[in-house]
Ligand binder design. Structure first.
Ligand SMILES: *Cc1c(COP(=O)(O)O)cnc(C)c1O
Length: 430
């Protein structure tokens, strides 16, 4: 599909990157369950290893099933290229890896997935990297946090889990003025609700584990490159702008232009970090993406209906869903997320921590799991689970205070979900 950009989203989510299998004519993308690929001859092998010819060598780097998924995600996000990997957390490390180095920092939103806060505040220190957390609604604070060692700005579009949506355009202009890439985790919005690259993002990362696959079957991640960042404009990004000793002095930015970050992700990132997706996972995710827009429409419609119902319930103190007209972010949603603010939100219970735990234990249709973005509706008490490693101050900043339950609204019948919540809330407040 070389003329892909002329097709609409619903068409691209089914066709982008795919073509009938050249060997068999198979219409659905086959699962190429193989580790390696026979070279035509010694010259062909040498050209592949020198990155002079694009092809398949070994499945730690590239695989035909995963290549289709990469092209599909890149197309849906409006990017130049994408690299898939084993999980959303792997995608975050792989996105930062070419940019960072010992002593360098990333300026990150306080409103992030709990695991990301832990990854950024603790684990990346082992690499000599650090994160500076800021409230991304305070644009002066974002500017002030950027220093000469900053190498990226990081945020989530629809932020997990607090009913917050980021003003990507405002952050992109700050990052741009500082000569830095903006990385947007678009997991909770998906490219159907938001395409961060259109609002100025440099890189988009995904946990494909969530809505893209959509039914809670496999973990995966993706890094999409807009192809628009000039890595040679400063001396801040030597991995991309300077000669790479492992490839005879090749310069990624010079050789691959808008695909520099993507090729670096495969040729250095996957080759040496080894956080590779497997072809079975790519298959499940390709199946999921075929119905992404249909599912997201239902997820959003159900979330809106249920959040509105909860807002009027006696046991509820607050509902933080950015898709509600009462949300402080209602205008931002209209401007940047016109198709909806996702299906993930939190409710604060008047009964506090104890009522939250009782609600989680009383629900029958909602599953109590540490996941989101499933066809099934899910519930979790973040403060005692996903955000448990954080201080109470960090929990509150992330929208995961102890009196708050997170709901990931599925695509079941909304009235059935409301009935389940109603009986659960009755038990929780008894
Ligand atoms: C789940 C999630 C991640 C981590 O993804 P994994 O696939 O679980 O590694 C990162 N960001 C967000 C917003 C997520 O929801």
């Amino acid at each position: 599909m070389n003329d892909a950009p002329t097709y609409g989203f619903d068409t691209l989510q089914i066709h982008a990157g795919a073509r009938p299998d050249p060997a068999t004519g198979a219409r659905q993308t086959p699962i190429y369950q193989t580790t390696s690929y026979v070279f035509r001859d010694a010259d062909h092998a040498a050209a592949l290893f020198n990155l002079q010819e694009v092809g398949f060598i070994y499945s730690r780097l590239t695989n035909p099933t995963i290549a289709v998924l990469q092209e599909r995600i890149a197309t849906l996000e409006g990017g130049a290229g994408a690299v898939c990997c084993s999980s959303g957390h792997a995608a975050q490390i792989m996105a930062l890896f070419p940019l960072m180095g010992p002593g360098r920092n990333v300026v990150a939103s306080t409103r992030l997935y709990g695991g990301t806060v832990t990854q950024f505040s603790q684990t990346i220190k082992r690499f000599g990297w650090s994160a500076k957390f800021v409230d991304t609604d305070d644009l002066d604070a974002v500017k002030a946090a950027i220093d000469e060692d900053t190498r990226a700005v990081f945020c989530e579009s629809v932020a997990n889990p607090g009913g917050y949506v980021t003003d990507i355009e405002a952050l992109a202009s700050i990052a741009d003025a500082a000569g830095l890439p903006l990385i947007v985790d678009n997991t909770s919005a998906t490219p159907y609700l938001c395409r961060p690259i259109e609002h100025g993002a440099t890189l988009v990362v995904h946990s494909t584990t969530k809505y893209l696959t959509g039914n809670g079957t496999v973990t995966g991640g993706a890094i999409v490159d807009s192809g628009r960042f000039d890595w040679t404009a400063s001396d801040k990004f030597p991995s991309l702008s300077q000669p790479e000793p492992a490839y005879h002095g090749l310069k990624f930015a010079e050789t691959f232009g808008p695909l520099a970050f993507t090729f670096h992700g495969i040729a250095i990132g996957l080759r040496d970090l080894g956080m590779t997706m497997n072809p079975q996972a790519a298959h499940y995710t390709l199946m999921g993406i075929e119905t992404l827009s249909l599912r997201m429409e239902r997820h959003v419609a159900n979330a809106k209906k249920i959040a509105t119902w909860l807002e009027g319930h006696d046991a509820i103190e607050a509902v933080t869903y950015a898709g509600l007209d009462s949300s402080p972010y209602a205008d931002r949603v209209k401007r940047l997320y016109p198709k909806g603010a996702g299906a993930l939100f939190t409710v604060a219970l008047k009964g506090g921590y104890d009522a939250c735990v009782k609600l989680v234990d009383s629900l029958e249709l909602f599953s109590h799991v540490a996941n989101l973005g499933d066809t099934r509706s899910l519930v979790i008490h973040s403060a005692s689970t996903t955000h448990r490693q954080l201080s109470e101050e960090q929990q509150v900043a992330a929208g995961a205070a102890p009196n708050v339950v997170r709901l990931s609204i599925g695509i079941e019948d909304a009235d059935d979900l409301i009935r389940d919540l109603d009986q659960g809330l009755a038990k929780a407040s008894a």
